[in-house]
Design a protein around this ligand. Structure first.
Ligand code: OSB
Ligand code: MG
Length: 374
C-alpha cells in the first residue's frame, strides 16, 4: 500500500435512520439505526468509515459515544501528528490503545477507502481480494407470532437469499423451528441466540440438533469461550462464535479449546478490515469456516462487508442483505440489491464504490463535528 501524505480535514457525524420494521433479538428491539461516520479528506479526496457500534452497550461494551470519544481524543491525533504515513504505521500506533476495536475500525476503514481512491482502484483490489459474486444472507428478528416469522421467511425464500438466520431466545426456539421446518424442510437455516443461554441449558440446546441447522450462533455468554467448548462436544450442530471473538488471540483460544467450527467475522468487532483478513487467513489454515456478519449497517458499512467477502476464506453466506431490508432511504447510492439468483454485485468504482448523497446525509444527521488538522 502507498503512503498518505497528510490529512487535510476530519469530520464526524452521527446519523439516525428509521428502520422499515422493528428488529428484535434476545438483547431487545431496535426501531432505528444510529451510526457514527468519519470522513477523512486528503488532496480533495474523501475516505469514509462507519462505526458498527450501537447507541447502547447491549451487543458490545462500545457505544457510538465511547467510539466518538476514543476517535476524537486518541485515534485522530495519531494521524494528525504524522506526515507521510502508511496505514501499517497508524495501526501499530493504535495498538497502544487497548480495546475499542469498533472505534479503531472506523478510522482504519476511512483510511482504506481514502487510499484506494487515491490509487484509483476498488477497495477489494487494495485489500488483495478478487472480484466475485457475493452470497447473500438475511437475519430475521424474533417475532411474537410465528405466522409472522413464516411470512418473513417466505419473502426471503422468494428473493433467493442463500441462507436464512433466525434470532432465538430462551423458550422461543423449539416451536418456531418446528414450524419453520414443517413449512420449509430444505432451506439453509441457522439460528443466533446472542448469548441468551447458559451451560445449564445443555439439554435444551441438544434438541436444536433435530432441525438440520447450518450452525448455532453465540448460544452462551459474550465473554465465554470455555463453556462453548463443552457444548460443542455435546452437539452435532456446529457452534459459531460472534460476540466472544474480538481478536486473533480469542480465535486461537477458541480453536485450541474446540469451542466452535465457524466464526462470524464482523470487521468492526475485530478492529478493522486488515485484522479481519488476518483472522480469516488463520481460520482457513486451521479448518474453521468464516462468514461476514452485519450490524444493520448503512450503505457505507454494507459496502465494506461486501468488499471483505472477496477474500477466499469467506466460503459461507454472511449477513449481507439488501439495503431495502432495513432502510426506506439510505445515505448512499447505489442501494445494495439481490440479483435474480440471490447474489450481490460488488458496488463499482474506486474505493468502497458507493457515493454519499450530501442532502440525505444532512437530513439524517443529528450531530456533526469538524476537527482542525492544522
Ligand atoms: O448478532 O449478528 C448479530 C444485528 C445487530 C447486532 C448483532 C447482530 C445483528 C444481526 C443483524 O444479526 C445482521 C445484519 O443484517 O446486519
Ligand atoms: Mg450474532
Amino acid at each position: 500500500m502507498n503512503r498518505i501524505d497528510q490529512i487535510d480535514s476530519m469530520e464526524l457525524f452521527i446519523i439516525k435512520l428509521p428502520l422499515v420494521e422493528a428488529f428484535e433479538t434476545s438483547l431487545g428491539a431496535e426501531t432505528y439505526k444510529e451510526a457514527l461516520l468519519l470522513k477523512l479528506k486528503s488532496e480533495e479526496i474523501a475516505g469514509w468509515g462507519e462505526c458498527v457500534a450501537s447507541p447502547e452497550p447491549f451487543y458490545s461494551s462500545e457505544t457510538n459515544e465511547t467510539a466518538l470519544h476514543i476517535i476524537r481524543t486518541f485515534l485522530l491525533p495519531v494521524i494528525m501528528k504524522i506526515k507521510n504515513f502508511s496505514l501499517d504505521e497508524v495501526l501499530r500506533a493504535f495498538e497502544r490503545i487497548r480495546g475499542h476495536n469498533m472505534a479503531k475500525a472506523t478510522v482504519e476503514n476511512a483510511l482504506l477507502d481514502l487510499q484506494a481512491k487515491m490509487q484509483g482502484i476498488p477497495l477489494y483490489e487494495l485489500i488483495g481480494g478478487e472480484k466475485r459474486d457475493i452470497m447473500s444472507g438475511i437475519s430475521i428478528g424474533i417475532k411474537e407470532d410465528t405466522d409472522e416469522l413464516l411470512e418473513s421467511i417466505g419473502q426471503a425464500v422468494r428473493k433467493k437469499y442463500h441462507r436464512i438466520k433466525i434470532k432465538i431466545k430462551k423458550g422461543k426456539e423449539l416451536e418456531p423451528l418446528a414450524r419453520v421446518r414443517e413449512n420449509y424442510p430444505d432451506i439453509k437455516l441457522m439460528v443466533d441466540a446472542n448469548a441468551d443461554y447458559s451451560i445449564d441449558d445443555l439439554e435444551l440446546l441438544k434438541q436444536l440438533d433435530d432441525y438440520d441447522l447450518m450452525m448455532i450462533e453465540q448460544p452462551l455468554a459474550y465473554d465465554d469461550i470455555y463453556f462453548h467448548s463443552i457444548i460443542q462436544k455435546e452437539l452435532q450442530t456446529p457452534i459459531c462464535l460472534d460476540e466472544s471473538i474480538e481478536s486473533l488471540n480469542d480465535v486461537k483460544t477458541a480453536i485450541n479449546l474446540g469451542s466452535c467450527q465457524i466464526i462470524n467475522i464482523k470487521q468492526g468487532r475485530v478492529g478493522g478490515i486488515l485484522s479481519a483478513i488476518t483472522i480469516q487467513n488463520f481460520c482457513s489454515s486451521n479448518g474453521i469456516k468464516v462468514w461476514s456478519g452485519g450490524m444493520l449497517e448503512t450503505g457505507i458499512g454494507r459496502a465494506f462487508n461486501i468488499h471483505l467477502q472477496t477474500l477466499p476464506g469467506f466460503t459461507l453466506p454472511g449477513d449481507t442483505s439488501e439495503t431495502s431490508r432495513y432502510f426506506q432511504e439510505d445515505i448512499v447510492e447505489p442501494n445494495i440489491t439481490l440479483r435474480g439468483d440471490g447474489f450481490i454485485d460488488i458496488p463499482e468504482g474506486e474505493g468502497m464504490g458507493v457515493q454519499i448523497i450530501p442532502e440525505r446525509l444532512e437530513h439524517f444527521t443529528t450531530f456533526s463535528e469538524r476537527i482542525e488538522t492544522k
